[in-house]
Each structure stands twice: as structure tokens, then as C-alpha cells.
Design a protein around this ligand. Structure first.
Ligand code: N01
Length: 535
């Protein structure tokens, strides 16, 4: 162990949130801060998720920071939806432009973070033997970064290669001539399957739950659009930060029942042709009224049946058991069309569940599928997984993983009762995954930075939230979720239901970014209501 280094703040994670938090504390407040990052490069989610077809399904001009006008003008996206390598290039450009690298420790995993009640400081250790004493401890670990590998018996018996999409090898995977199994048809599987199918000899897709997906209609950005996005950056940012999902378009202020059947069909057709999440924003009640949702859902089912030529396969793909967008809807590039390929076979796990992995492949209840490669597109231990994996200890030796054993408890998704001076960027209880992430991250980092500025100016040593605030916020999170159809899906990762044994609590704040921002601003205006300070 090396000597303890005194520092103002330790940040864990060098993705979108950690890098902006570093920049904000260091360059805006003149504080000392360091980012600890387990990966060998910056980028967070976009450093790890390198599976074939990995893209963002937010449009590129909205999937970026807006805090620097110069950067918005300088950076040029090439496609409507950016691919993983382009996003990673962007984040590396940000690290270079703002000279962040000297304060980012790569290949360094935080091991323990313990709050010392005698000094009101966090003692943080790393796997490299470093020790830091920091006033502030900020987690920037992402919401979808702890890979969920299902406990299917026999994985270690498999003689071929297997990969989880969230921990994809940097050198890539050569699928040429290979028989491939893909398990999982969430956003990731739906992005990866068409690309793998175009390279492999044969692909068997193991579907447990059929999923809606919206066409992306990817295209290269025209010079005209790039110019428009730069010239209208302020307006675009205004739209993103004053709506529900942080996207660069507003939800239409009309009910699905305000229009005739013909008019509705026309609107859906136009948005389907346009592609992307605008479809979800066509009517304000798609996610709040089951009857409204049924209309949108039926339109998508009809589209699936139109695209997929084999009626049995079309039935399997369109037999969807939950409301549209109540699980995170994927955006795809010819996903349903892929099932018209000769080399793609769909297995219905609802009828024939996986029994085990064997030396040769995947054994379901009715047959063994021999494959060379298995791809687990099985998602993440979302929102809390990365946080509880870390050894974080607050007041009176309270361990985060114990405190959250019945589900996460936070105030505003920003702080946890009993964990003073610790902030959780996009923590559970904030809009995070229900939003386009960069504006949600900027809002959180700005709030945390302003709070720290306030503390430094007033000479305050400690900020912490209370059990009562945690209870109050949990009620708010549940109440706004219950205004929507989101909690009706019992097998969603929003509830933690995808990880066996995980407590099932609705985790993100479903009230939308604009409403949430107002709540945070009101809390500040009322002298940080719900937090306590000590000097
Ligand atoms: O994970 P998921 P994901 N046996 O949990 C199946 C974001 N994202 O990585 O639905 C068989 O959604 C599981 O089946 P079921 C985005 O927020 C963003 O796809 O549980 N199957 C499901 O089909 C997204 O929502 C982008 O029945 C098993 C799949 O695996 C989030 O990441 C791109 C199984 C997992 O789907 C997670 O998406 C990609 C088992 N034992 C992802 N266990 C962007 O573009 C699980 N499954 C920004």
C-alpha cells in the first residue's frame, strides 16, 4: 500500500458521467479530483460494449455533451445513430480536448470506499495499492455495466467459444463459417442478430420473450443536417431538457383517441417510415393508457407480420406479452427482415426452455442445437449491480449492499441515507435509463457540482440525506411509475426481475427529465430540502 493521498474528490468510472464530473470539479471549481477506471481506456459503456451492430439508439446530435458550445461546433457526427466506434472516438476526443487524461487512472479498480466518521472523509483503496482520502466520493459507474450472465447449467462444459455482449473482446469475433447461438432478444440481441447473421454460416436465436422494435432507418447525415444541428444547438438542447425522455423532439400533446382510425394509421405509417423513438412520442397516452397502447402495439405486430414471410415465425415474433414501450423498446436495423434469411432459425424458449449448455451447444427441452459460438445477449444487473458489487461502507459501517438488500433507497437518485458526501450520478431513483443519457448525466453532474460549490463556499464539511428523505423519494418513484404502464411488466429489468434473487422494486424515476429537473431545482431553492449539512 502506498501513502494516503489527500484529494478533494474521487470519481469512479470514466464514461460520459465520470469525465464530465471530473471536468466540472477540476476546471469549474478548481478542486483536485481523480477518476478511477477499471478499463484500459475511457468510454464506460462504449468501451465495453463492442458487440457487432452496437450503436446508440438516441440520435447522434442528441447523444453528446452540450456544456461546451465550442465542442458542439467542433465535433462532427457522421450517421443518424452513432455506432460504438464513433461514440468511443467522441469520448476520447473529449478526454483530449479537455486534457482529462492526467487525472484518470486507467486499469485501476476501486476496491473499498469507507467513510471515516472521525474525519468526515472517504478512505478509498484501489487494486493497485493506492489509498486516497477524499472529501467527496462520486460514483459514475453507469446504469448498465454489470453483465448478467444467466446461471445456465453446463456453460463450463461448452467446447466452443462463448461471449457476453457487454464484455466483448477488443479484437472482435470472427463468425465466418461458424454456427452461432444468440440467447436474448432485448435491445442488444436485436442489434447484434442481423449483423451476426450476415457473417455466420448459421444463427439460432433463442427467444424467451418476443419484443417490439422500431426501425432505425439509419443513414449518413447530410451536410445540411449537420449545419442545422450546429446552428440550432441551443434550441435542440432546450427541447431535450424540457421533455420526458431527453430526446430532441417533444411528445405530441394529443391522445390516441383524438384522431380517427384513418388519421392514426397515417401518423403511425409516417413515423414508422421515419424511424426511431418518434413513434413512441406520437401520442401522449401510449404509455399511460392500456387502450391507447393496444393501438400502437397492434400496429407494430401488423408490421412484423408484413415483414416476416414465414407465418409461424411471424407469429412467434409478434406474440408479445407486454405493452409497447413498457419494457425498453429497441430500435433496429432490419431485425425482423433477418428472419427471412435461410441461415436464421428462431427457437421459442417459452415452449421449449433451455435445459443446459452441453459440450456441443445448447440443449432445450426438445433438442440439442450444436453450435461453435454462443452469444449471451442477456443484459445487465441494471442500475444497482455495479454499485453493490463495490465494497462501499458508510456511517456506522453500513454496507451499501446490505442497506439495499431489499432494493435501492436513495434521495433523488443522488444520495443514499447513511452515506455522507457520496453522490451517485444517474443513481436508482433518477430518470437515467428512461432518458437519453447525456442530458440526464449533465443535469446530475451540474446539480452535484453546484451542491459542492455551495458547500465549499459555506465551509460545510458534510452533506447527507436522511432516512425520511429516502422514504419520501421511494414513494415518489413508485407514484410516478404507477402513472404509467411501466410497472405492469413483471419481467422487466426496470424492476430487477431479470436477475434471480434481486429484490423487485421499480428503480428509475418515470416522471421524466423535465419534471425531475424541476424537483431537483426546487430542492436547491429550498436550501437543499431533504439533505442535512454539518460544518
Ligand atoms: O438486455 P435486456 P439488453 N434464458 O435485459 C433474455 C440498453 N441498450 O442488453 O425478456 C433465455 O433488455 C431476456 O429474455 P426475457 C437499453 O436500455 C442500449 O438487450 O427476460 N433468455 C431478453 O430477451 C436496453 O434495454 C442500447 O424473457 C434470457 C434478453 O436476454 C438495455 O441496454 C443498445 C435469459 C436481455 O434483454 C439492456 O439491453 C443496447 C435466460 N436465462 C442496449 N436471461 C443503445 O442503443 C435473459 N434472457 C443505447
Amino acid at each position: 500500500m502506498s501513502a494516503v493521498q489527500q484529494i478533494d474528490a474521487i470519481i469512479v468510472g470514466a464514461g460520459f458521467s465520470g469525465m464530465y464530473q471530473l471536468l466540472s470539479l477540476r476546471d469549474k471549481l478548481g478542486m483536485s479530483a481523480k477518476v478511477l477506471e477499471a478499463g484500459s481506456g475511457v468510454g464506460g459503456t462504449w468501451f465495453w460494449n463492442r458487440y457487432p451492430g452496437a450503436r446508440c439508439d438516441s440520435e447522434s446530435h442528441s447523444y453528446m455533451y452540450y456544456f461546451s458550445k465550442e465542442m458542439v461546433n467542433e465535433w462532427e457526427w457522421t450517421e443518424r445513430y452513432p455506432q460504438q466506434p464513433e461514440i468511443l472516438r467522441y469520448l476520447n476526443y473529449v478526454a483530449d480536448k479537455f486534457k482529462l487524461r492526467p487525472d484518470i487512472e486507467l486499469n485501476t479498480r476501486m476496491q473499498t470506499a469507507k467513510f471515516d466518521e472521525a474525519t468526515n472523509r472517504w478512505l478509498i483503496t484501489t487494486d493497485k495499492g493506492q489509498q486516497y482520502s477524499a472529501k467527496y466520493f462520486i460514483t459514475a459507474v453507469g446504469c448498465l455495466s454489470s453483465a448478467n450472465l444467466p446461471k445456465i447449467e453446463g456453460i463450463s462444459d461448452f467446447k466452443g467459444k462463448w461471449y457476453h455482449t457487454g464484455e466483448w473482446p477488443h479484437e472482435g469475433v470472427d463468425f465466418k463459417g461458424k454456427r452461432v447461438a444468440v440467447i436474448g432478444t432485448g435491445s442488444t440481441g436485436i442489434q447484434a442478430i442481423p449483423v451476426i447473421a450476415s457473417q455466420a454460416a448459421h444463427v439460432t436465436v433463442f427467444q424467451r420473450t418476443a419484443n417490439y422494435s422500431l426501425p432505425a432507418r439509419h443513414h449518413k447525415l447530410s451536410g445540411e443536417f449537420k449545419k442545422y444541428a450546429k446552428e440550432h444547438a441551443d434550441d435542440i438542447y432546450e427541447i431535450m431538457t424540457t421533455n420526458t425522455n431527453g430526446h430532441p423532439f417533444h411528445m405530441q400533446d394529443r391522445s390516441i383517441f383524438d384522431v380517427s382510425d384513418e388519421e392514426r394509421e397515417k401518423i403511425f405509417e409516417e413515423l414508422w417510415a421515419q424511424g426511431g423513438f418518434q413513434f413512441r412520442a406520437a401520442f401522449k397516452d401510449i404509455l399511460t393508457s392500456q387502450e391507447a397502447n393496444d393501438k400502437a402495439a397492434e400496429f407494430i405486430r401488423k408490421k412484423i407480420r408484413e415483414v416476416v414471410k414465414n407465418p409461424e415465425v411471424a407469429d412467434l415474433l409478434s406474440d408479445i406479452d407486454h405493452p409497447f414501450a413498457a419494457k425498453r423498446p429497441p430500435v433496429d436495423d432490419h431485425y425482423f427482415e433477418t428472419y427471412n434469411r435461410e441461415n436464421v432459425h428462431l427457437v421459442n424458449l417459452r415452449k421449449t426452455p433451455i435445459e443446459r449448455i452441453t459440450a456441443k451447444g445448447v440443449k432445450t427441452s426438445d433438442q440439442e442445437y450444436e453450435v461453435d459460438i454462443i452469444v449471451f445477449a442477456t443484459g445487465f444487473d441494471a442500475l444497482t449491480g455495479s454499485l453493490v458489487k463495490m465494497d462501499i461502507e458508510g456511517r456506522q459501517h453500513r454496507k451499501l449492499k446490505d442497506y439495499w438488500s431489499a432494493g435501492p433507497r436513495t434521495y433523488l437518485g443522488l444520495q443514499v441515507p447513511g452515506f455522507p458526501n457520496m453522490f451517485t450520478i444517474t443513481g436508482p431513483g433518477s430518470p437515467s435509463v428512461l432518458c437519453n443519457m447525456p442530458p440526464a448525466i449533465e443535469q446530475h453532474v451540474n446539480w452535484i457540482t453546484n451542491c459542492i460549490k455551495h458547500m465549499e463556499e459555506k465551509g460545510l464539511k458534510v452533506i447527507e440525506t436522511t432516512e425520511a428523505s429516502g422514504d419520501y423519494w421511494q414513494e415518489q418513484v413508485n407514484a410516478v411509475a404507477n402513472e404509467t404502464l411501466l410497472p405492469t411488466v413483471k419481467h422487466s429489468w426496470y424492476l430487477g426481475a431479470n436477475v434471480p434473487g434481486k429484490p423487485q422494486v421499480f428503480m428509475p424515476y418515470a416522471g421524466g427529465l423535465a419534471r425531475y429537473t424541476k424537483v431537483c431545482n426546487d430542492v436547491t431553492a429550498k436550501g437543499y430540502e431533504g439533505f442535512q449539512f454539518a460544518s
